[in-house]
Write a protein of this length. Structure first.
Ligand SMILES: [Zn+2]
Length: 591
């Protein structure tokens, strides 16, 4: 005995546009539709689930033929795609009459229309979907049951199953020559639910003699609907329905920026790389912190180029390059951000600006900026008002940049150009990393801060930095070093910074195991670590210097330039060195 379902519920069909569909649609816009509105045939694949019924659209929905990739439990439904070239056209559904004309010419062929617009710059797609003959058939439902159909119908179903084993199923077929029984596949496992697609099938058949609809459900279940007084509406009524409901159609919006924008793809891929380090190697790595911190690179030469590239590798976003030089013909072979063409742009090839441009070319999501800035050098007498103005302007910019950033890398090629950034960095308690290279050796260190009281780059000597660059001979104006040394040094400097960021040091506690100073050389291929406290007479970071800089800034900034003994007197080494004859050394190394 069959058990009657308690209540029959109509399930509404919904469109499902897959990623492959959007991908193909974009290609069609670019290669075929271009600037025109377009009306094309489109195939939807009807599938059901327990909850919803979907008409699925794939990349091969645009092909006007069966796709061998699709087999099994899917129906093909023909419909139309109405593509709009502008959002304005889409909002007004401008070519509706043209769409209706296509349907009118083959009224039984098309089941649905998708009105769609795609913005290929923002990857946002808008569309509306309408099932054409949803309300075009009326009938009385006299009875229904869920018993297995009689042997004759069962045999027909089995034969059809065998015939359509490896192709897309027909949306419906008849069990008899009189076309009184129609069989429709429906994968809804719920026995008491029927798809609203039935009306479309009945209308497409253009047959008002149907008495039985057999729904083939999953798991060998069936539902037979016994109907009478089938009434098919005229196509003109369908159009009237369509026109009146068109403004009430639901608007679907799909934002695929994350999926299609190459910049977003690159960003996700970079972040994934960093996260893999975290997931696989160091679970405590704070990747978000690295991403959020702001990095200031003073010096955009060999070291600056390498460090900035390593920063990108670590997923850093905010990178500011500073330099006062231009890209020379000798630079590109060693300075990894520049190429020969940059050397030839004589008018505007400022290193820092080009470096920032290049970082964005490598990784468009990088927030890279460049500043062409002369770092004020202590001891350079301010000869006139112009020099004074220039000095204060540069100093203010330098101070602001250091204040705005979290980590400052000192990567210039002279000792004195590191002095002001060291003073300001200490005054604002920033993490300052110094990197310096000689011919076959290098030095990398982090400057001490208010908590750990470690020394700075200047703590180990008592020589006041003075302007030496002006008197340099040609061979002293650029650092002569083995090319690999700069890479070792830059890599070490960046890794030291990353270790600091991920150590308790960053949280203001203790130092953890992060090295303070690293010296390496290629004579023995050796690397050594050193650790020392800050020197109370340091010419850059001592308390007296900090006090003077913070409390008597005007006097400090002026005297630093014009009084050759001011720094020594302030930090208290003047007496110490006045009796010591310091030999002039000029070995080329800055450490
Ligand atoms: Zn110091």
């Amino acid at each position: 005995m069959s058990k009657k379902p308690s209540k029959i519920k109509m399930l509404h069909i919904k469109p499902m546009l897959t990623l492959s569909f959007y991908n193909e649609y974009q290609k069609k816009i670019l290669d075929e539709y271009k600037f025109d509105n377009a009306i094309r045939e489109l195939t939807g694949f009807y599938e059901t689930s327990n909850v919803n019924q979907f008409l699925r659209f794939e990349d091969f929905s645009f092909e006007n033929k069966k796709n061998p990739q699709i087999t099994g439990h899917l129906f093909m439904l023909k419909g139309l795609l109405a593509h709009y070239s502008t959002i304005d056209n889409f909002n007004k559904l401008n070519n509706l009459d043209a769409v209706l004309k296509v349907i009118e010419n083959s009224p039984l062929k098309f089941h649905f229309v998708i009105f769609i617009y795609g913005d290929l710059k923002t990857f946002v797609f808008k569309y509306k979907f309408i099932l054409l003959h949803k309300n075009s058939v009326e009938y009385n439902l006299n009875d229904y049951d869920d018993k297995i159909p009689n042997d004759e119908i069962k045999k027909i179903i089995e034969e059809n199953e065998e015939k359509n084993k490896n192709v897309v199923n027909q949306d419906f077929y008849f069990a008899d020559n009189d076309k009184k029984t129609i069989i429709l596949k429906d994968f809804t496992s719920k026995i008491n639910k029927i798809p609203d697609l039935i009306n479309n099938c009945l209308f497409s058949n253009n047959n008002d003699k149907i008495e039985t609809i057999v729904l083939e459900k999953t798991e060998g279940k069936y539902l037979s609907l016994f109907i009478s007084e089938v009434k098919l509406k005229k196509i003109s009524e369908t159009f009237d329905n369509l026109k009146s409901s068109i403004n009430e159609l639901e608007l679907f919006t799909t934002d695929l920026k994350q999926m299609f924008n190459p910049e977003s793809i690159a960003e996700n891929a970079v972040d994934l790389n960093i996260n893999l380090m975290k997931w696989r190697m160091c679970p405590n790595l704070d990747t978000q912190l690295i991403k959020e911190k702001k990095y200031l690179l003073i010096g955009s030469g060999t070291l600056g180029c390498h460090v900035s590239r390593c920063l990108l590798g670590w997923g850093a976003r905010h990178i500011t390059m500073v330099d006062n030089g231009k890209v020379s013909y000798s630079n590109p072979v060693r300075q990894s951000l520049y190429n020969f063409k940059d050397s030839t742009r004589i008018e505007d090839n400022f290193k820092a600006l080009i470096a920032a441009e290049k970082l964005k070319e490598i990784f468009p999501m990088a927030d890279a900026k460049g500043y062409n800035l002369n770092i004020p050098l202590p001891g350079r007498t301010l000869i006139d008002d112009n020099a004074k103005q220039e000095y204060y302007k540069n100093l203010e910019l330098l101070e602001n940049l250091i204040k705005e950033h979290d980590i400052v890398f000192l990567l210039t090629d002279s000792r004195e150009s590191r002095w002001y950034p060291t003073v300001i960095g200490k005054a604002y308690n920033k993490l300052v990393i110094t990197a310096a290279i000689g011919f076959d050796s290098f030095l990398v260190m982090r400057h001490g801060n208010n908590e750990n009281k470690l020394g700075c780059y200047f703590c180990t000597d008592i020589v006041t930095p003075t302007d030496t660059s002006g008197s340099r001979t040609l061979d002293q104006q650029c650092t002569i070093s083995r090319p690999g040394v700069s890479m070792l040094c830059s890599g070490m400097a960046l890794e030291l910074a990353m270790s600091c960021l991920n150590s308790p040091l960053n949280k203001g506690n203790d130092d953890g195991d992060v090295p303070h100073q690293i010296r390496g050389n290629l004579i023995e291929f050796a690397v050594h670590q050193y650790r020392f406290n800050f020197n109370k007479n340091c010419v850059a970071c001592s308390d007296n210097m900090m006090k003077e800089y913070k409390e008597n800034r005007e006097k400090f900034t002026l005297n630093v330039m014009n009084d050759p003994y001011y720094i020594e007197k302030t930090c208290g080494v003047h007496e110490l060195i006045s009796d010591i004859k310091i030999e002039e050394t000029n070995e080329g190394d800055d450490f």
